[in-house]
Write a protein that binds this ligand. Structure first.
Ligand code: PEP
Ligand code: MG
Length: 755
């Protein structure tokens, strides 16, 4: 049978339905409130590859050296092609669709998840690497099932099995298809303390769908329930800035800001906690061991989405213990948990940094522990083997920079800098978000080999609109280039400058202008080389005065009431051309070295006057402005309204900096959390400025682009492609999705035009 209903599945069916399927079946059978669903069995996958005759070819392709990342990539691509391009047998197709039609009359939004039958492999995160698709409907269902099958052959999974000497053909995969719960609130629950095993039940809760908690996008509320005294022992209400919700029209999961009055409101009442505790105890009784449960509340009803044993508690079972000792190198006492912000497992000695002048104590291979990272810490972050912060979410400075650097990081631990102490040896797991006592990583390769194989296979769709990537840290160039992006749409100079430790003026005064130029040349060259001949759009310096304040020379910075409206970008460059001239000299040096792919972009211009003055300085620096590609950021309403005059001055491109364009159009400070709910890049006023600018630029043969954060959002991508933008620049993580979204919209436009 190709499909099994969760009602009919039991734990003993593990081989057929995989770990996830078996667990959900068990919970359903125990009368727990599990959303309905079915499992496409592992046998179906096996029959598919065998009957289609692709099995031999598939497993033969896996015969690779796991350390050879090119070979690994090829093996993964071959497997994906074989699986995705082989048609479904009719009988199986019909069985899956018939089962789907029984869920909510064929209208259900379902989650489609892979469920591997070898989840007992020692590294649990291996299983976690496999696919999950949310909000799937009938039209995409079969494709998604195949994609789950193909996920068995991701580069990382192949690498992992090779290193574990685990035969590739010994792993089968089932696929769980389950109705989605449109949750008002959700979270996770540990039925016993996750590290000590004490009878204290811990619940994390946030508004909206559970992905926000599981992915770490939001810091959830934390509730501790003492099972001895049957009472709520501790309630920690977090500031929950965002939530994930299902978009009513598209069914997609989208991120929304939480209504201001609910951000700091308690998610769970005492009654709801009691109800969750009761369910938690039932699950624990059923399995006879502490569980880690994902739950959701919809229309007042509680659902259990998943339950697994808590693996971090020491187990008495001697066999299991022995097995762990021999097979698992990543166990130990979890000292502290946070968000896994940058993947990889690494060990090192703790260096707690509470003041900037302590950065020198972070040496190569140490674990940097701090409240929150800042640009001045980047040199220490580069030296560090891993990073732990008290604060921050997945888009914080620590998260973005550590991801770009490929350094494993756990952020938002709450108290890491107070609980961890200097010289303590710890292992941080940037996938799971844990910090463990002791050195438990594999002795030899550290996180790097994993990083090498981690980037998704860039099977790049062909698009007419170019898709580029934003780079803030030159060290991220290699990873950025591996996305298959068409170039760099924004290389920010700020990190190269802010990491010098001195303001540009002070640096030039003490080290000389040549040295300043060389620092910039070094930073830009690395990226230009990595992408050559793909274009790299480098922006001249744009740091508000407050960012220079803590640096040497910062005392000479003017005090501004509102630095965002102040002395930054082209304003500072034109007012103090000394520093700007050195930046331009660095561009000139790069052109002389042959980096003709370098483009020059001017930030925060308002009008043609700014452009004329900058142009003069560029010419004085010996830059041939007829030959080079140069342009402006559109970040103020004035620049959008004056783009025609700027076009007359010869700009080659105009790039929307929507972070600033939104803040200045709506008068909403982008860094002010009190008005964060009003920061809307899709506001009609912002969109109108963008649309008009694109139209004017098209008339004057000026390319248009976006390099603000909004370029990574599907709704904005959709709008821009329809308006005819020339290119879109996205974050490293988003490039792949943006490529696909661009392709989808372009195809739709073509179809619409021929219909
Ligand atoms: C922007 O304003 O959208 C932009 C890309 O510049 P920054 O975020 O560096 O101000
Ligand atoms: Mg900006």
């Amino acid at each position: 049978m190709g499909v099994l209903w969760l009602d009919d599945v039991r734990a003993a069916d593990l081989e057929t339905v995989g770990g996830k399927g078996a667990s959900l079946g068990e919970l359903t059978g125990a009368g727990l409130p599990v959303p309905p669903g079915f499992v496409v069995t592992a046998g179906t996958y096996r029959a598919f590859i065998e009957e289609a005759g692709i099995d031999e070819k598939l497993f033969a392709a896996m015969d690779v050296d796991p350390e050879d990342s090119a070979a690994l990539k090829e093996a993964s691509e071959t497997a994906h092609e074989l699986i995705l391009e082989t048609p479904f047998p009719d009988a199986v197709r019909e069985e899956i669709l018939a089962a789907y039609d029984d869920l909510d009359d064929g209208e259900a939004f379902v989650a489609v998840r892979s469920s591997a039958t070898a989840e007992d492999l020692p590294d649990a995160s291996f299983a976690g690497q496999q696919e999950t698709f949310l909000n799937v409907q009938r039209e995409q269902l079969l494709e998604r099932v195949k994609e789950c099958w193909a996920s068995l052959f991701s580069q990382r999974a192949i690498y992992y099995r090779e290193r574990q000497d685990f035969p590739h053909d010994a792993v089968d995969i089932a696929v769980v298809v389950q109705e989605m719960v449109d949750a008002e609130k959700s979270g996770v629950m540990f039925t016993s303390h996750p590290s000590t095993g004490e009878p204290r039940l811990i619940i994390e809760a946030a508004w909206g769908l559970g992905e926000a908690v599981v992915s770490g996008t939001v810091s959830p509320d934390n509730y501790v329930y003492d099972r001895n005294s049957d009472s709520v022992e501790e309630v920690t209400v977090a500031d929950k800035k965002v939530k994930m919700v299902k978009d009513a029209e598209t069914g997609e999961t989208v991120e929304e800001t939480v209504e201001p009055d609910r951000r700091n409101e308690r998610v769970l009442s005492d009654d709801e906690i009691e109800a969750l505790v009761e369910l938690g105890e039932r699950v624990e009784d059923h399995y006879d061991e502490p569980q880690d449960v994902e739950w959701a509340v919809a229309d007042g009803d509680i659902y259990m989405l998943q339950s697994r044993p808590i693996t971090t508690i020491d187990d008495d079972d001697a066999d299991l213990e022995e097995e762990r000792e021999t097979e698992t190198e990543n166990e130990g006492d979890v000292l502290i948990r946070g968000l896994g912000a940058s993947p990889g497992v690494v060990s090192g000695e703790v260096r707690v940094v509470t003041e900037l002048d302590q950065l020198d104590k972070v040496g190569d291979g140490d674990v940097l522990v701090t409240e929150m990272t800042m640009p001045d810490m980047v040199p220490a972050m580069k030296r560090a083997a891993g990073i732990v912060t008290d604060e921050g979410g997945m888009t914080s400075h620590a998260a973005i920079v550590s991801r770009e650097l490929g350094v494993p990081a756990v952020v938002g631990t709450g108290s890491g800098s107070r609980e961890l102490v200097d010289d303590q040896v710890v292992t941080i797991d940037g996938d799971r978000g844990t910090v463990i006592e002791g050195r438990t990583e594999p002795a030899e390769p550290d996180h790097e080999p994993v990083e090498e194989v981690r980037p998704k296979t860039p099977v790049k769709p062909m698009t007419a609109t170019e898709v580029k990537v934003n780079v803030s840290i030159p060290e991220a160039a290699e990873r950025a280039a591996a996305t298959g992006a068409d170039g760099v749409g924004l290389l920010r100079m700020e990190h190269m400058v802010l990491t010098l430790g001195k303001t540009p003026e002070r640096y030039i005064e003490e080290e000389g202008g040549e040295a300043y130029q060389d620092q910039l040349v070094d930073g830009i060259q690395g990226v230009a080389e990595e992408f050559y001949p793909r274009p790299v759009r480098v922006r001249t310096l744009d740091a508000p005065t407050d960012e220079f304040r803590t640096m040497e020379g910062g005392e000479d910075e003017p005090t501004e009431h509102n630095p965002m409206l102040g002395w930054r970008g082209i304003r500072r460059s034109l007012a103090k051309p000394g520093v700007f001239q050195h930046e331009l000299a660095a561009f000139r040096k790069l052109y002389d070295m042959g980096y003709d792919n370098v483009e020059l972009m001017l930030p925060l211009v308002n009008d043609a006057d700014d452009v004329i003055k900058a142009k003069r300085l560029m010419e004085e620096a010996g830059i041939d402005i007829e030959k080079r590609n140069w342009g402006v950021m559109i970040e103020t309403p004035a620049s959008a309204l004056c783009v025609e005059e700027m076009a007359a001055e010869g700009i080659d491109f105009a790039s929307f900096g929507t972070n600033d364009l939104t803040q200045y159009t709506l008068a909403v400070d982008r860094n002010n959390e009190h008005v964060a709910d009003r920061f809307d890049e899709l506001h009609p006023a912002v969109l109108e400025l963008i649309a008009d600018t694109i139209e004017t630029c098209r008339e004057h043969d000026v390319d248009t682009s976006i390099c603000g954060q909004a370029g990574s959002k599907p709704e904005m991508v959709n709008f821009l492609v329809e308006e005819g933008i020339s290119s879109i620049s996205a974050n490293i993580d988003a490039v792949r999705d943006v490529q696909h979204e661009v392709k989808r919209v372009e195809q739709q436009l073509i179809l619409d035009s021929v219909r």
